[in-house]
Write a protein that binds this ligand. Structure first.
Ligand SMILES: Cc1cc2nc3c(=O)[nH]c(=O)nc-3n(C[C@H](O)[C@H](O)[C@H](O)COP(=O)(O)OP(=O)(O)OC[C@H]3O[C@@H](n4cnc5c(N)ncnc54)[C@H](O)[C@@H]3O)c2cc1C
Length: 403
């Protein structure tokens, strides 16, 4: 009986787990199934580009997975039962159920409205492809001088405001930021960001809390208002409520709490990666929701699962950061160098070269999702037990095969 490995979500993290596991294990011993709501891979880190009118390359998951042995199931996950180990799905053929022996949860995240009234009814977003496409259409309908307010001064807000201002020069773009603009960046990074926003004509409203979104703008905490024909909400990501409904241990934000091997701290047959998981980084600070965390988390999870199934050595490399790459339109970017636990170092190169580097990073992220083990490895045999479930998870560690 084959071991059933089921991965939920084919974003950067889930696709990488599936492909890496399939390359590490033998297809006659394991079934690797990847479930995703859409048939295409969505380059989420480029959705602000989509919203600004750019076309992205079409990336069917079937092509990405060709030759890997991974089975793709295009269906929406509606529930996960970790006690009887089943997933409820709805697809083109209606409702269905899928059983698993080991589950990897990688359903990512969506917009977080933080309970602010009016976001759902009036705000646009770039956290999902349908949202980015709707925003694109709306921006295209605005007359010259149309006002766009981007709410949120994190990486996504900065990238979205820059991209919209660059591609729609005739619109008035503003950004509302809770603290100071880019205040987590080094002085050099902040200088570059301010000068880019000045060049792009973006009005910055700092220390501005948006308390309500309406059809004609936003209301701010100081009894002020920012008029807007389009409000773009980028104030954070939230995890799908399915995670919290599973009975798995989750954080206050609903992320599945995992250990250093990306294994659920409450359910050893479940792993979680990407935005949906809460893992500690260096010095115990939680990894931030990002592609920069999701891909290494995926490698860690896949290698840990493979090691546990085959009696190999668990990976022990700690996850950490090198830089934050922030695009400022297509011709500019700032690369903020950071410590392993994501604190800004002094250096923050910017400009055209930085924009080229950021482009490489985006291309690299897709490449790593499609080629999560770019070097050849010797596949390892699972350690079988006499139990009908088929595979015993061996806790003793033996030396791993190199690569
Ligand atoms: C505009 C924008 C710019 C960004 N820029 C950067 C950046 O420069 N650098 C960086 O590190 N991060 C960036 N991020 C964040 C980054 O995109 C996310 O952290 C990353 O996509 C998380 O990867 P993931 O695999 O966990 O989730 P996702 O990429 O969101 O993938 C989740 C997958 O699960 C599928 N799914 C969701 N729900 C269901 C369901 N119920 N059933 C079946 N399938 C489902 C989705 O279709 C999707 O394929 C950006 C995000 C945005 C929105």
């Amino acid at each position: 009986m084959k071991h059933r490995l089921v991965i939920l979500g084919a974003g950067y993290a889930g696709a990488a787990v599936a492909g890496r596991l399939a390359r590490r294990l033998h297809a006659d011993e394991v079934d690797v199934t990847l479930v995703n709501a859409e048939p295409d891979f969505v380059e989420r880190v480029r959705l602000h580009q989509v919203a600004s009118g750019q076309e992205l390359r079409h990336r069917p998951l079937r092509d990405m997975l060709a030759g890997t042995g991974v089975t793709l199931r295009v269906a929406r996950v509606t529930a996960v039962d970790v006690d009887i180990k089943t997933i409820a799905l709805t697809g083109a053929d209606g409702a269905d159920e899928l059983g698993y022996d080991t589950l990897v949860y990688a359903l990512g995240s969506s917009l977080d409205d933080h309970g602010v009234p009016g976001v759902a009814e009036h705000a646009h977003e770039v956290a999902s492809r349908p949202g980015a496409l709707r925003l694109r259409e709306r921006l295209g309908q605005l007359a010259p001088g149309g006002r766009v307010v981007v709410v949120g001064g994190g990486l996504t807000g900065i990238e979205a405001a820059s991209e919209i201002a660059e591609s729609h020069e005739d619109l008035e773009v503003a950004i509302a930021v809770r603290g100071g603009l880019g205040d987590w960046l080094s002085p050099a990074g902040q200088r570059h960001l301010r000068s880019a926003f000045g060049r792009l004509g973006i009005t910055v409203h700092e220390h501005t809390d948006v308390e309500q979104v309406g059809a004609t703008g936003v209301l701010t905490g100081d009894d002020g208002a920012l008029p807007a024909d389009v409000t773009v909400w980028t104030a954070g990501f939230a995890v799908h409520p399915i995670a919290a409904a599973t009975g798995l241990e989750v954080s206050a934000r609903g992320q599945i709490v995992v250990d250093g091997t990306m294994r659920s701290v409450s359910h050893p047959d479940v792993y979680a990666v990407g935005d949906a998981a809460l893992a500690d980084g260096p010095l115990g600070t939680p990894l931030r929701m990002s592609c920069a965390s999701g891909v290494p988390m995926a490698w860690q999870a896949a290698d840990s699962i493979a090691a546990r199934l085959t009696g190999g050595k668990l990976p022990s490399t700690p996850l950490g950061y090198v830089h934050q790459c922030i695009s400022l339109g297509r011709r500019d970017a700032v690369i903020q160098l950071v410590t392993a636990d994501d604190r800004a170092k002094p250096a923050a190169p910017g400009g055209r070269l930085a924009a080229g580097y950021k482009e490489l990073i985006c291309k690299g992220a897709v490449y790593m999702a499609a080629h999560p083990l770019p070097y050849p490895v010797r596949r390892r045999r699972v350690v079988r037990s006499s139990a009908p479930a088929g595979v015993r998870v061996k806790s003793a560690e033996v030396p791993a095969t190199k690569g």
